[in-house]
Design a binder for this molecule. Structure first.
Ligand code: SF4
Length: 67
């Protein structure tokens, strides 16, 4: 079983904050820089649905979940 990895395309991110509002334990948005920081790029399997919902919430498709 491969580990999950959150990948954020910072060139796409517009700092809209949907990911943070869905999962503020994994995403933090700097509103001045309009840029997301991934707090933990390798979530445990138990958090897959929680993280995936946040990844899917990004309106500019800047987030992907690999693995
Ligand atoms: S939802 Fe997308 S655009 Fe908004 S802060 Fe998160 S990664 Fe960036």
């Amino acid at each position: 079983m491969s580990a999950m990895q959150i990948v954020a395309d910072k060139a796409r991110c517009e700092g809209l904050g949907m990911c943070e509002s869905m999962a503020n334990d994994y995403f933090e948005v700097d509103e001045d820089e309009e840029l997301v920081t991934v707090l933990d790029a390798n979530p445990p399997e138990a958090d897959r649905a929680h993280v995936f919902a946040a990844v899917q919430a990004c309106p500019v498709l800047a987030l992907t979940l690999e693995g």
